[in-house]
Design a protein around this ligand. Structure first.
Ligand code: HEM
Length: 228
C-alpha cells in the first residue's frame, strides 16, 4: 500500500497516471468521433439518435462513463500539479523562447491548450450532454447538434478548440509513449503513423461536423424555424 502512495507522490508516478488517463481519453475520442460520423448519414439523424439511445440504455457504457469523467478530472488535476511542480523547480523564468531549447513549444504550452480544452468541454457538455441526459422530456440530440452548429460563433470556437486539441494531442501522445517506455526503435515508424492519425485525423474529423452543419446542411434552417 505504501508503495502505491510513494509511486503516486513521485513525479514519475504522476506522469505515468497522466499518460494512462490520456491514452484512455484518446480511445474515448476515437469512439466518440466514429459515433458522431453518423451525423453525415443524411437520414435526418435517425441512426445518430439510435446510437445515442443505445449508449444511454447500455449499463456497461454508463459504468465506463464514470471512469471517463474520473479520467478527465484526474488528467486535468495531475496536469496542473505537474505544471506547478515544474515551475517551482525552475525558479528562473526563460528569458525568451527558442525552438532549440530542450522543451518544444507544444510541451511548454500544454497547460494553455489543456485549459482551453477544459473550457471547451464545459461548454460542450452544457450544450449536449446535460440537456440530452437530464431533461424531463426526451430531447433530440440531432436537433441539438443542428441548432448549435447553425451559430457561426459557436462553430468558430469549436474550430479553434479542435485546432488546439490537435496540438495538445501531438505532444501528449508522443510523450505518453516515452513515459511508459514504449518508444523504441522497433515501433518508431508505427508509432509515428499512429500519432499522425491521432493528432491530425481525430481533430479534423470532429472539425468536419460544424463545417458541414453550417455550410452544407440544408435542414438546418428548417429545424431552427421549427418547420419539420
Ligand atoms: C465536434 C463534434 C462533436 C459533436 C457533434 C459531439 C456531440 C456530443 C453529444 C451529442 C454528446 C451527448 C451524448 C449523449 O449524452 O448521448 C456528447 C457528449 C460528450 N462529448 Fe462530444 N461531440 C463532439 C466533439 C467532442 C470533443 C472534441 C470532445 C473532447 C475533447 C467531446 C467530449 C465529450 C464528452 C466527454 C461527452 C460526455 C460523455 C458521453 O456522453 O459520451 N466531444 N458529445
Amino acid at each position: 500500500m505504501n508503495n502505491i502512495f510513494a509511486f503516486y507522490y513521485s513525479s514519475i508516478g504522476k506522469k505515468v497516471l497522466m499518460s494512462l488517463t490520456g491514452l484512455f481519453l484518446i480511445i474515448f475520442l476515437t469512439e466518440h468521433l466514429v459515433g458522431n460520423l453518423l451525423l453525415f448519414a443524411n437520414d435526418q439523424g435517425k441512426m445518430y439518435e439510435a446510437y445515442g439511445d443505445f449508449l444511454v440504455s447500455n449499463p456497461v457504457i454508463r459504468f465506463i462513463e464514470i471512469f471517463l469523467f474520473l479520467g478527465v478530472l484526474g488528467h486535468a488535476i495531475l496536469g496542473v500539479i505537474l505544471w506547478f511542480k515544474n515551475r517551482m523547480t525552475r525558479p528562473v523564468k526563460y528569458k525568451s523562447f527558442r525552438l532549440k531549447d530542450n522543451a518544444t513549444l507544444a510541451s511548454r504550452t500544454t497547460i494553455i491548450t489543456g485549459s482551453v480544452i477544459g473550457i471547451f468541454l464545459y461548454i460542450h457538455l452544457k450544450t449536449f450532454f446535460i440537456p440530452s441526459r437530464f431533461s424531463a422530456e426526451k430531447v433530440s440530440t440531432y436537433e441539438l447538434v443542428v441548432k448549435a452548429f447553425s451559430n457561426p460563433w459557436y462553430d468558430a470556437f469549436y474550430l479553434v478548440a479542435l485546432f488546439l486539441l490537435g496540438y495538445h494531442l501531438r505532444h501528449g501522445f508522443q510523450s505518453a509513449f516515452q513515459t511508459l517506455g514504449l518508444r523504441n526503435k522497433t515501433y518508431t515508424s508505427f508509432l509515428d503513423l499512429l500519432a499522425c492519425i491521432v493528432w491530425c485525423l481525430i481533430p479534423l474529423g470532429f472539425a468536419a461536423i460544424p463545417i458541414y452543419f453550417f455550410f452544407f446542411h440544408q435542414a438546418a434552417s428548417t429545424v431552427i424555424m421549427g418547420v419539420h
